[in-house]
Each structure stands twice: as C-alpha cells, then as structure tokens.
Design a protein. Structure first.
Lengths: 271, 285
C-alpha cells in the first residue's frame, strides 16, 4: 500500500537528463518554475508544456510514473479546480442555479490554474526522478557552499537531507510491517470517522518513532566507526564536473524564458 | 607474536540515569588479540561482549584500565580517527549501517571521510566490492538487496578503509541461513587471503568452530579462553556461561557417556561422522 509512493523517488537511468550536472538541473528547475509563472499567455503555456513533455521523453520517465507522483496532491488539485470554477466571475454564463454561477471563464481559469500546478509539480518531480539523492545533495552542498562563510552548517544540513532520503524506503517498509502486525491483532485503519482513524494511527506512529530513534543511534555508531567526523577534510569519489551539455542546457533554459517573455508581449490569445 | 588489540584491566559501566552507581558491564578484563588471527568472542546476552567490542575502536572509552590498538591508547583523542581506520566494525543490522542510496557511494563513505583523492577512493571501492562479491551490484539501491547482500556491502564499506582488523558484532543475527553462510564465507576469506585480523562476536557456536581461538565472556569477565576444541570440550563451563554446545560436540559426548570409545577432538560435521563410524566399526568387531 505504501510501497507505490513515488514522490521524491529516484529512477536510475542513463539518459542525457540523468547525466546533467545536478547543479544545472537545480538551476533549470528554478528557471522552469519562474518561466511557468511568467507564462500567463496561452501560447506561452503551450510552449512550457512542450518543453516539459520533451524533457519527460528525453528522460525516458514513463508518463504513468510522472503522473503517479501527483496522487498525494490530489486534494489540492481538486480544491483549485472547485475554487476556480465556482468563484471566478465571468460574462459567458453556462449554468446558473440560485447563487451558484458557473461561467466559461471560470472553467477556463480552473483548467489553466490546475494545469499550471500539475506542470509545476511534474517539473519538480522530474528533478528528483532523474537525480540520485547523493548527487542532489552534492549539488545542493556545492551551490550553498558560499553560505558557509556566514557560518551556515551546509555540510551537516545536506548530510541530514541525504540520510533522510536514504531512510524513506526503509521506514516505509517498516510502516507496512507495523500496519500488518497491528491488523493481525485486530486494529482497524480503514473504517470509521476522521477522529477514529486518526486515533488508529497512534499505535502506528509510536512504534515507528521508537524504531526510528534506535536506527538513528545505530547509524551514528556505524558512521563514527567509519571515521565520519563532519565535513572537514572530506573528499568525494565523484567530483561534480560540468560538461558542454550543461552549458547547452542552460542556454536552452534561457531561450525558453526569452520566448515566454516575447510571446507574452504580443500574443492575441491571452487569458 | 605482536598483538593488535590489548586491554589492560578494562573496566566499564554505563552511566545510569539517576546518577547512582550502575553495575559493572566489564570488570578488569585483560585480553590480547594477536595480528592475523581469527578470534571468536562468545557470550550470552548481557555478558558484555558488544560493550567490549565498542572499546576496540574507541566508540566507548574505558572507565578504568586501558585499551591499546597497535600500541596507541584509545583514550588519546588525537588517535581516534587513526584507530577507527585500523579497526573496522560491522554491526548486526545491515539496514542501519548503510549511509548512501547507491551501493558504491556507500562503500566510498569511509575513504571519503578519510580524505583520499577521488581515483584512490574509486580503486578502494572497486577492490572492496570485488572481495565481498558485490561488484556487479555497485549501481544498485541498497534497500532492494537481500539481508546477506546488504551485510556484504556493509563489510565492503569497512574494507575500503583498508583496516588491519575487523570486528564483527553479531553480523549474522538478522540474516537467513543462506545470508549467514555467505557472510561466514567472506569472513573466512578475509582471514585466509587478505591478512585481516578477525574478531567475531557471536552466540552461534557453529560460527566459532573455524576460529583460531575462542574467548567466552560471562558477566563481564573472561570465563574461558582457548582453541575451539578445548573450549567446546568443557561442556559444564559452557553451560555456566549460558551457551549452547554445538550439536556435533553434544552427540559425541552423549555417545561417550553411553560407553562408546569415541574420539572427542573434532567439531565439524564430517569429523563427527567419521568419529562415529570409527567407534561403531570397533564396536562391531
């Protein structure tokens, strides 16, 4: 049940998207998000969609996988849709019953905003799907390095992040085991009202926490035994290296932003 | 012979929460482990064997007495990293010793901590993975491997430091029989072909049969110390330490008690079968 959570997972591969430097991918993701919010014109939005689909195809991530990452955000999407459909006032009224008014503009706005949200999430998921947690945190550490000057513990933060990512599958597996164990003893997680269900989660959370603390303790021992002593004097087996493809990718990102800006200027189908 | 680990009147107790004096876990332990040997440390739960192991690489520091690793006192904070590099440690739960999300990145963790240049790390990682037979899994995610495979990755992670000695703290306790066999095979290979001193902490008698020397701990003291044959012969003392006796030894002793004239100086299944065969053959005549 919990095993099919794909959110934040990494799918190994050897495509050009996988091989890009994580720093490049970080920057591109930020560019992508900015461009997405600037793309308020329909044609600009379509361009962004083309860019996203191209990246998905290049990365060989299956569409089903990419969309399955949206599942945890289902309610937010639904909320966006409903809010826009019912509360955006428009002139072309399609349906009216007492105070409930649905307009064409409202539906368009709903689709438009929901699609932005979907594209935003899929874009960010693409980063985690194609970048191993190690290189993700490596990239982050490199990019945040200047902040060490203001005494920000960059290495420690990224180490914590990579350990957290490392233990996600382990803890999911463990949760599944605890659920089975509690079910075998008659626990009921699937029926009852919200409060009853929330209460049913308690006997799940407590053993999970206890075991997480024990794991943390043992991991700390194992890390110390392997001479871990913080970031000082630490080297890396795989050095981050930028290749020509990284510069091309950044150039491509800049071109997309420029195109979005230009298309927004004199575009007739603006919403 | 030179000793790699030496304890002198080692005393230790865990500080209790309420500040009262807690019972000693280790009381005045004197132990020397020689270079290049395979020493098994046996003891029931709470005998202090894991606590003792944690003293070997300065994870715990003695309350009284000293622990020396290659002549260096573990209490010397300047030597801590050097001691940990020499004495590797493999723990019980493979899940909780793997730091990274890719096998080779995890094996690289220790040499990265030690600050070696990238190509040297690469070489060490590849060598270590080959020794434990996990080289073809170097790009895999550890959580998708079996328990035995994960434990072999953990061993490779320690081997990449090029330690002189590896302390295994119940490395097979959480594994299935097949995983256990694979780990025991790796341990034997390390001692035989890679000149690594092995300290195996266990309560599985069968795993200790191959050791050069067995030390039995009970209540923080050394109860028995000798070759496997000598230690396993002393069934009364083993029982006192709360340990079970290997089945092979048990059968031979029972037969002896029943009046068979049987050789007792064997521990393996094959040797046991041969001894029974010999005894029965004589009997028939």
């Amino acid at each position: 049940m919990l095993k099919d959570v794909t959110f934040g997972q990494y799918f190994p591969g050897n495509t050009i998207v996988h091989r890009l430097d994580p720093r490049t991918k970080f920057i591109l993701t930020i560019i992508y998000i900015t461009a997405l919010f600037m793309a308020s014109a329909l044609i600009a939005r379509l361009l962004m969609l083309v860019v996203l689909v191209t990246c998905l195809i290049l990365s060989q991530i299956k569409l089903k996988v990419a969309l399955s990452g949206l599942r945890p955000l289902f309610f937010i999407l639904l909320f966006t849709l409903i809010l826009n459909i019912f509360f955006v006032k428009g002139e072309t009224i399609l349906f009216e019953y007492r105070r409930i008014v649905i307009s064409l503009e409202g539906i368009l706005a709903a689709v438009f905003n929901a699609s932005r949200l979907i594209m935003l999430i899929v874009g960010m998921l693409l980063l985690t799907y194609t970048t191993s947690p190690i290189s993700l945190t490596d990239g982050l550490e490199h990019m945040l390095n200047p902040l060490k000057k203001i005494r920000l513990p960059v290495h420690e933060l990224t180490m914590m992040m990579s350990i957290a990512l490392r233990f996600i599958p382990t803890l999911i597996e463990e949760t599944d085991k605890i659920i089975s164990a509690q079910k075998a003893r008659g626990a009921d997680f699937d029926t009852g009202g919200l409060i009853k269900r929330a209460k049913a989660i308690l006997p799940l959370i407590i053993p999970l926490f206890v075991s997480a603390f024990r794991r943390a303790d043992e991991l700390a021992l194992a890390m110390e035994s392997r001479c871990y002593h913080g970031g000082e004097g630490r080297t890396k087996m795989k050095k981050l290296k930028t290749a020509p493809r990284d510069y091309f990718a950044l150039l491509f990102g800049a071109a997309v932003v420029a195109a979005v800006v230009v298309l927004g200027q004199f575009n007739p189908w603006s919403i | 012979m030179d000793s790699i680990i030496k304890t002198e009147d080692l005393t230790f107790s865990y500080a209790s929460v309420d500040g009262e004096a807690s019972p000693l876990v280790l009381s005045g332990l004197n132990l020397e482990i020689e270079k290049g040997t395979f020493v098994a440390i046996l003891g029931h739960n709470g005998s202090g064997k894991s606590t003792l192991a944690k003293h070997f690489n300065a994870i715990l520091l003695p309350l009284g007495g000293h622990v020396y690793v290659n002549g260096a006192d573990t209490a010397d904070a300047n030597m801590t990293i050097d001691i940990r590099r020499q004495i590797g440690m493999v723990f019980q739960n493979p899940d909780n010793q793997i730091v990274a999300t890719i096998v080779e990145e995890d094996v690289a963790f220790a040499p990265e901590n030690l600050g070696y240049p990238p190509d040297e790390i690469r070489r060490r990682v590849d060598d270590a993975l080959k020794i434990v037979g996990m080289y073809e899994y170097k790009d895999h995610a550890p959580h998708l491997l079996s328990g035995g495979q994960k434990q072999r990755v953990a061993i490779a992670g320690v081997l990449a430091m090029h330690p002189k000695c590896i302390v295994f703290d119940e490395p097979t306790a959480m594994l299935d029989p097949r995983g256990r066999d694979s780990i025991i095979k790796v341990i034997r290979d390390l001692r035989d072909n890679h000149a690594v001193t092995v300290v195996l902490i266990t309560h599985h008698m069968e795993e200790a049969i191959d050791a050069d020397r067995i030390v039995v701990l009970s209540d923080g003291e050394i109860l028995m110390d000798g070759s496997p044959i000598d230690v396993f012969r002393d069934i009364a003392n083993l029982r006192k330490a709360g340990l079970s006796v290997p089945e092979t030894v048990m059968i031979l002793h029972d037969l002896k008690d029943d009046g068979f004239d049987i050789e007792l100086d064997t521990l393996t299944v094959e040797g046991c079968a041969q001894a029974i065969y010999d005894a029965v053959a004589v009997h028939d005549l």
